[in-house]
Design a protein around this ligand. Structure first.
Ligand code: FES
Length: 164
C-alpha cells in the first residue's frame, strides 16, 4: 500500500468510526451499524467490516456473515448515477427486454453493475410502481415512463457524458 493509499484508508476508517458512534437508536447491532455505514458511504469496504467488528465486539467473520446475507449491501462503490430498468410483468409485456438490451449496450454491460467508467450503476427492478406508464426506468429513483429502446439508450449514454 502506498503512503497515499494508507492515508486514504486511515481517513476512511475515521469516517466509519464517526458513523458507528453517531448511531442514536436504543439498540445498536451489527446490522444497524452496517446499514449506517452504507447509508453514509454507499458501500461496505473492508474497513467497514473491520471497524464494525471492533465497534460491536464481534469477529470479522460474524460481521461478514451478516453483511453477505443481505443482498442490499454492496461491497464496491456505486456509480455516480443509478439507472433502474423495470422488468416486472407489465413492463415485460410492454417491451422491457428490448429496453434492457439497449441499456446494456449503452452501458457496456451484460448484467447489473457499474459501467466500465464507473459513472452508472445499472439495477433491475421488479416493479417501479408505475405499471400504466411502462416500460419504465428510473434515474436516481426518479421515474421515467413510456420508454423505447432508443430513448433509454440515449439516457444511458447521456448519464455517461456521451453523446445521446
Ligand atoms: S412492472 Fe414496471 S412499473 Fe410495474
Amino acid at each position: 500500500m502506498t503512503t497515499a493509499e494508507t492515508k486514504q484508508s486511515s481517513k476512511l476508517r475515521e469516517q466509519i468510526r464517526q458513523v458507528l458512534n453517531s448511531q442514536r437508536q436504543p439498540t445498536v447491532t451489527v446490522l444497524s451499524s452496517l446499514l449506517a455505514v452504507q447509508d453514509s458511504i454507499h458501500h461496505l469496504p473492508d474497513e467497514a467490516i473491520r471497524e464494525t467488528a471492533t465497534f460491536c465486539g464481534s469477529t470479522i467473520n460474524e460481521v461478514w456473515s451478516v453483511a453477505s446475507f443481505y443482498t442490499n449491501f454492496r461491497f464496491t462503490p456505486p456509480g455516480e448515477k443509478t439507472l433502474d430498468v423495470c422488468w416486472g410483468p407489465s413492463c415485460h409485456i410492454l417491451g422491457a427486454q428490448e429496453i434492457l438490451n439497449s441499456v446494456h449496450a449503452a452501458l457496456e454491460l451484460n448484467e447489473e453493475g457499474e459501467s466500465p467508467d464507473g459513472k452508472v450503476t445499472l439495477s433491475y427492478n421488479t416493479c417501479l410502481g408505475a405499471c400504466a406508464q411502462g416500460p419504465c426506468i428510473a434515474i436516481d429513483h426518479h421515474l421515467i415512463g413510456r420508454q423505447t429502446p432508443e430513448s433509454a439508450a440515449k439516457i444511458a449514454r447521456e448519464l455517461r457524458g456521451l453523446d445521446g
